[in-house]
Design a protein around this ligand. Structure first.
Ligand code: SAM
Length: 308
């Protein structure tokens, strides 16, 4: 993950690089290239030495002619392949958090808990190359594993992981008044809100993630004394399955609803012969995907009240 913000995707893979081995959209894993090692999967045996010198994005072949793609690690892909030590934030929530916390290069961001470091990885890229993320978890082993991951992903110069009970002790006093934004993913976030307020610069923004609305109510109530612009969002992803065909093939069907097409006709509409018989311009039909994910949690944002 390129903390210098230069595009690394075009450079060639070297021994020791972290690559994302892509089999399918739902089957990827992170591997560190090591000359002399092999990857064995259902497609055969892949020699790492064959990968060295190839560009990121290349298709590489096994001894049996099977293939995988070697992708450059990005925070988006890392979130999909990291080892889950806790529940994690996914990219729909993460991108929303970064936008609404107004995180830009150079920002100083505080986070607790670190968890599996899914959000932290994206925060680090957002503040690079000169900003910094201080992330805290009271679970020592999680902090150690997170540090190891940031070494692996090349982000350790942008992230400091501390072991600390943020609900009990608050953030360290040395960081008072220095943070552009603070993010909380804690079981009782209201306990950390007074400290978060102390850490923020004037106009700084706080965000708290909670899975249930009772926690949101308590968090918002606590925020009211020293924060303003309190807003809660729920991000719901709706993925669509998209098919292309001619409008005639779908006539008589409910607008936009591929799902109501008879199965046979739906299949035929994807075949060249059927499509060619039809007149009218090509069109794209979509229906909600059965694998679409639902509720993850609520994101509550608030801005520190001005002193004057
Ligand atoms: N946002 C993280 C991610 O995307 O990977 C996941 C955070 S996880 C759900 C919550 C973390 O908060 C856990 O790792 C837990 O150990 C930590 N935690 C719980 N109570 C804490 C406290 N009082 N102080 C610091 N960390 C705490």
């Amino acid at each position: 993950i390129d903390s210098t913000k230069k595009l690394s995707f075009t450079r060639c893979i070297r021994d020791g690089d972290l690559v994302i081995v892509y089999e399918r959209y739902d089957n990827m894993k992170a591997i560190t290239v090591c000359d002399g090692s092999v990857l064995e999967n259902r497609f055969g045996v892949f020699k790492h030495s064959d990968w060295v010198g190839k560009q990121f994005g290349s298709k590489v072949f096994s001894n049996k002619g099977g293939f995988v793609y070697l992708l450059a690690p990005t925070p988006e892909l890392w979130t999909l392949v990291l080892s889950h030590r806790t529940q994690i934030l996914y990219i729909a929530d993460i991108s929303f958090v970064i936008m609404f916390l107004e995180i830009v290069p150079g920002c100083l961001v505080l986070e607790s808990g670190t968890g599996s470091g899914s959000l932290t990885t994206s925060l680090a890229r957002a503040v690079a190359p000169k900003g910094h993320v201080y992330t805290f978890d009271f679970h020592e082993q999680r902090a150690v594993s997170a540090r190891e991951d940031f070494e692996k992903t090349g982000l350790s110069n942008l992230v400091t992981v501390g072991v600390r009970d943020i609900q009990g002790e608050g953030f360290p006093d040395e960081l008072s008044g220095m943070a552009d934004s603070v993010f909380l993913d804690l079981p009782q976030p209201w306990l950390a809100i007074p400290s978060a307020g102390k850490m923020l610069k004037q106009d700084g923004i706080l965000c708290s993630f909670s899975p249930c609305i009772e926690q949101v109510e308590r968090t918002s109530e606590t925020m009211r004394s020293s924060f303003t612009d309190i807003r809660t969002f729920e991000i719901l992803l709706r993925t669509y399955e998209v098919r292309e065909g001619k409008l005639d093939d779908f006539q008589g069907d409910e607008a936009g609803s591929l799902g109501s097409l008879p199965r046979k006709r739906r299949q035929r509409s994807n075949e060249g012969s059927n499509v060619q018989e039809s007149t009218g311009p090509p069109t794209v039909m979509a229906r909600p995907c059965s694998e679409a994910k639902g509720h993850t949690g609520y994101l509550t944002f608030a801005r520190l009240k001005c002193l004057s």
